[in-house]
Design a protein around this ligand. Structure first.
Ligand code: NDP
Ligand code: 2IT
Length: 444
């Protein structure tokens, strides 16, 4: 594999799609050796086919705001790869959304979904719509308009979207209603649905809980008990909230969380009661994390990220490239020995280099945050079978999946000095299954 040649060709074809190019390069560097040992992959040009999505839909989303003004946003759905199952991946609603971001997320999703062991391919979508400050009616108007176009391309056995940044239970509900209304079918076309209309128990908690299950495995393998450790978390959304909840249940003291305006440091730890406050603040009042610091009298820092605080474990759970080389050096200097990623691609390539060079325990998002899409896969199964499992059953299956993901990472990521490179492990394990399926299905 000539990585330089492939990357230059992609850079020429897709200039400016920086996050997508970053995600592709990381995977290629990880799989290079194993790819070169499999001439059957090169023979049918697996890499050249894998890095380009099967298809991309971009569309206009027009809706009317509360002042009666017409607003127009851009909508996207990238169907990246369906070698092992229907396209599957979330919908991001954030003003920063562009094609490069949706493509990076869709590309990552291929390998993550493969790692789960479930039959789901890779896709992603979203819009540059900003849900902040919008009324419920405006959110509904946007979601209905978005789905009016999206419904042409998705279906329970073809492409199954879900939540991501800015898309939670409220948005999924509005979108599901509109899909049903237009297509006239009641099917599991979205996951993360409400419990009264086909959602799975434990899906809301799944990404955060799964993150902790994987982190626990990481530490256990090295003979470290997670109880009694300190952690810094970024974000205060779906992933961060349930990561903090499970961490606290496991005896970890979580010192920080954040939003796009700033971060809080609570030396006493964010306990269940304080977490309930954050949940209401974020999901009911849609307020700012600054209010937590006012409520509990602790430190609030406007702007920036919490990586300067001393902790044992860092769990970036907000967005991509939120932890850079300098942050990584600071974390390491402060004794941080484990980083597990709740967000997708939160660490920059330079930060990852630092973690791997220091040989700390580092679990990339593809492995660490796969719990969300795993329970989405289980939601699809329950919808197909027209049954619902108990929360305990789903949680048990989630634990098993995270355990298996960890095992696959160690299988493919163990280096000669017995250090486990989870980046390599996750990328290779995810890639092998997809590549083999593509070979067996012929040149398409
Ligand atoms: P939410 O919208 O629920 O929460 C996102 C959190 O991150 C908010 O606190 C938000 O702050 C903050 N944030 C978002 N964008 C930025 C930014 N550009 N700069 C600083 N802070 C930011 O999203 P999720 O919790 O669902 O997603 C968080 C991450 O986890 C994303 O990377 C997502 O792709 C990933 N992920 C999500 C899964 C899921 O099931 N939901 C599954 C696997 C991964 P504010 O409110 O101020 O915008
Ligand atoms: O990044 C992710 O894995 C998600 N946003 C969840 C995707 C899903 O289909 O549940």
């Amino acid at each position: 594999m000539n990585i330089q040649k492939i990357m230059s060709s992609l850079e020429a074809k897709h200039p400016g799609e920086l996050e997508y190019l970053q995600a592709v390069k990381e995977v290629l560097l990880s799989i290079e050796d194993i790819y070169n040992q499999h001439p059957e992959f090169e023979k049918v040009k697996i890499i050249e086919r894998l890095v380009e999505p099967d298809r991309i839909f971009t569309f206009r989303v027009t809706w009317v705001d509360d002042k009666g003004e017409v607003q127009t946003n851009l909508g996207y759905r990238v169907q990246f790869n369906s070698a092992i199952g229907p396209y599957k991946g979330g919908l991001r609603l954030h003003p920063s959304v562009n094609l490069g971001i949706i493509k990076f997320l869709g590309f990552e999703q291929i390998f993550k979904n493969s790692l789960t062991g479930l039959p789901i391919g890779g896709g992603k979508g979203g819009s540059d719509f900003d849900p902040k400050g919008k009324s419920d009616r405006e959110i509904m108007a946007f979601c209905q308009s978005f789905m009016t176009e999206l419904c042409k391309y998705i279906g329970a056995d073809t492409d199954v979207p879900a939540g991501d940044i800015g898309t939670g239970a409220r948005e999924i509900g509005f979108m599901f209603g509109q899909y049903k209304r237009i297509r006239g079918v009641y099917e599991g076309v979205l996951t993360g649905k409400g419990l009264s209309y086909g959602g799975s128990l434990a899906r809301t908690e799944a990404t955060g809980y799964g993150l902790l299950y994987l982190t626990q495995e990481l530490l256990k393998l090295n003979g470290i008990d997670i109880a009694g450790k300190t952690a810094c978390v970024s974000g205060s959304g779906n992933v961060a909230i349930y990561a903090i909840e499970k961490a606290t249940q496991l005896g970890v003291k979580v010192l920080t969380c954040s939003d796009s305006n700033g971060w809080v440091y609570d030396p006493d730890g964010i306990d269940e009661k304080k977490l309930a406050y954050i949940f209401e603040l974020k999901n009911l009042y849609r307020g700012r994390i600054r209010e937590y610091a006012e409520e509990y009298g602790c430190k609030y820092v406007e702007g920036g990220r919490p990586w300067g605080e001393k902790c044992d474990i860092a769990m970036p759970s907000a967005t991509q490239n939120e932890l850079d080389g300098d942050d990584a050096r600071t974390l390491l200097a402060n004794g941080c020995f484990a980083v597990s990623e709740g967000a997708n691609m939160p660490s920059t390539p330079e930060a990852i280099e630092q973690f791997l060079a220091a040989k700390i325990l580092y679990a990339p998002g593809k492995a660490a945050n796969a719990g969300g899409v795993s329970v989405s896969g289980l939601e699809m199964t329950q919808n197909s079978m027209k049954i619902s499992w108990t929360a305990e059953e789903v949680d048990q299956k989630l634990k098993q999946i995270m355990h298996d993901i960890h095992e696959q990472c160690t299988r493919y990521g163990k280096e000669s000095d017995s250090y486990t490179n989870y980046v390599k492990g996750a990328n290779i394990a995810g890639f092998m299954k997809v590549a083999k399926s593509m070979v067996e299905q012929g040149v398409l």
